[in-house]
Design a protein around this ligand. Structure first.
Ligand SMILES: Nc1nc2c(ncn2[C@@H]2O[C@H](COP(=O)(O)OP(=O)(O)OP(=O)(O)O)[C@@H](O)[C@H]2O)c(=O)[nH]1
Ligand SMILES: [Mg+2]
Length: 238
């Protein structure tokens, strides 16, 4: 079974080399890695190119500028499918997602369509966020779950593993949202299609290197997308 890990990067020079060296050594069969970099001013892509000289399993999509997380994932997922992925794993490059948890996500792929690294079920947690950030995240998720009736608890998780047929079924290019809203919209489509989702408890650790790219615009978009998806839910289509 071929597994492709997709990680978007913007200014991750202090994380990317260590992350890639960890990913290429994972005890999982047939792993490739796709980094989607948005011309990071800190030179992240040249670090990736250096790693590629040693490891043919590492691929880079280098985009012209900061085009946003949503389209970065879409391009990364499409590349993963073109590489022949049976399973596609998405994760952040900032070590908030522990590379050693990937095998736990992949281990559910024989029974489920999607596995989500969840901070919101028993055994999952967030380390390093202050009470304001935790409160904002919990409030946003509560509202989103209330409006859109998600079964999944961790709606905004960016640590996920999909079977190939899931990504083929959800019409990726028509997803217009970015940031946290992208995770929400993808999950909405997955649940609307009735795919089987497994939440796997993980510990999310706030980044130690580099800066968060979460913006006010992303937060506003998160709530606007809820309204858009709610309308679609009522119409029974997306
Ligand atoms: N290619 C690309 N990657 C991005 C962009 N914005 C963020 N990223 C990457 O996406 C991942 C998640 O971004 P973070 O800044 O960690 O945001 P977050 O995890 O939602 O928020 P924090 O919890 O504050 O870390 C990281 O690997 C970033 O480098 C973007 O516009 N383009
Ligand atoms: Mg992060």
């Amino acid at each position: 079974m071929k597994n492709v890990i997709v990680t978007p990067t913007y200014n991750e020079k202090d994380n990317i080399a260590r992350l890639l060296s960890h990913l290429v050594r994972l005890p999982i069969d047939n792993v490739s890695i796709v980094v989607v970099d948005d011309n990071s001013p800190d030179g992240t892509s040249s670090i990736v190119r250096d790693v590629m000289k040693e490891h043919a399993s590492v691929h880079l999509i280098s985009r012209a500028g900061k085009l946003g997380l949503g389209t970065a994932y879409i391009e990364g997922f499409q590349k993963a499918l073109s590489l022949g992925a049976d399973c596609v794993i998405q994760m952040d490059a900032d070590f908030s997602h522990d590379p050693d948890d990937i095998s736990r996500l992949v281990s559910h792929m024989d029974r489920f369509d999607v596995a989500i690294g969840s901070r919101k079920i028993m055994g999952g947690k967030i380390v390093g966020w202050g009470s304001i950030r935790k409160g904002m995240s919990a409030g946003a998720m509560f509202f989103s779950r209330l409006c859109l009736r998600f079964k999944t608890k961790d709606v905004t998780a960016g640590f996920r593993c999909f079977k190939r047929h899931v990504l083929e079924a959800i019409d990726l290019p028509s997803i217009k949202s970015n940031g946290y809203a992208f995770q929400e919209e993808v999950l909405f489509r997955i649940e609307q299609k009735g795919f089987f989702v497994k939440e796997v408890p993980v510990t999310f650790v706030d980044r130690k290197e580099g800066k968060s790219k979460l913006s006010k615009k992303d937060i506003v978009e998160f709530f606007l997308i809820i309204l858009k998806l709610r309308k679609q839910r009522k119409k029974g289509s997306y």
